[in-house]
Design a protein. Structure first.
Length: 70
């Protein structure tokens, strides 16, 4: 099992989106583009995750910050 330090809450791709956060300690995962666009007029959806979720794409915030600065 992954440690808490490797969870979404400390991942570079975790976005504390206000609407999602209003529903609890949740945010959006920005690793991939939006998915599952239901219709042509609808917005794509970002996966909603909690701070304690995790996945194999976890990246420490410091690592991604260094990449973004290039
Ligand atoms: S789902 Fe994976 S990539 Fe997305 S915020 Fe969580 S650990 Fe990071």
């Amino acid at each position: 099992m992954m440690s808490k330090s490797g969870s979404c809450g400390s991942c570079a791709f975790f976005d504390e989106h206000s609407a999602a956060a209003a529903a609890g300690h949740e945010g959006l995962c920005r690793f991939n583009p939006p998915v599952s666009q239901p219709t042509a007029e609808a917005h794509g959806l970002w996966p909603v995750v909690t701070e304690k979720d995790w996945c194999g794409h976890f990246a420490p915030e410091t690592t991604a910050g260094a990449v973004a600065a290039e």
